[in-house]
Write a protein that binds this ligand. Structure first.
Ligand SMILES: [Zn+2]
Ligand SMILES: [Zn+2]
Length: 170
């Protein structure tokens, strides 16, 4: 059985991060990229990093001012603060293509990136502390368990019936 933060009454971690602004979730729970932030705040940070000759992600000194990143890794990591696709690539690399649950190693396309605390429960969408690599099988099992927990809590606490309709007599 999976135990994720927030399950069984555990507190849900909600640490505000200066680096990762919150993401917009679109229709159907689809993740939208933070491209506005990328061109605003992100562009400013990249310019400042080039001027200061320090990597925008890890602050390591840069050999030239052409790029704000010290490495490919920092590039993926920085992009991932703004774009879900980049965040997924970075997290799989960070986790060395190993499923966080069954600890087996897979090829990249067989892995999925999971929100440890689901977005629907207030988990941050683009924060690395809330992201983990799972294989398809383990991801499905976790989702099933999550949906099952929702169904159970609804059954225990049913929605009250609507107030009785009172007809108005004329
Ligand atoms: Zn760096
Ligand atoms: Zn697995």
């Amino acid at each position: 059985m999976f135990l994720w933060p927030g399950a069984a009454g555990l507190p849900v971690p909600r640490e505000p991060s200066r680096r990762a602004p919150s993401v917009t979730v679109g229709p159907g729970g689809r993740l939208l990229s933070l491209s506005a932030a990328w061109f605003g705040d992100g562009a400013q940070r990249r310019t400042e990093a080039r001027r200061a000759r320090k990597c925008v992600e890890c602050s390591r000194p840069l050999s030239n001012a052409r790029s704000p990143y010290c490495s490919r890794n920092c590039q993926w990591k920085f992009h991932g603060h703004y774009f879900w696709d980049a965040a997924r690539i970075y997290v799989k690399r960070r986790d060395r293509y190993i499923c966080a649950h069954c600890r087996r190693r897979f090829r990249s396309k067989e892995l999925e990136v999971d929100h440890i605390v689901e977005i629907a429960r207030g988990g941050p969408a683009l924060e690395y502390a809330n992201l983990q690599t799972l294989c398809r099988e383990c991801h499905r099992a976790k989702t099933r368990e999550y949906l099952g927990a929702i169904a159970r809590s609804r059954a225990e606490d049913p929605v009250p019936p609507p107030p009785a309709f009172e007809s108005v007599r004329t």
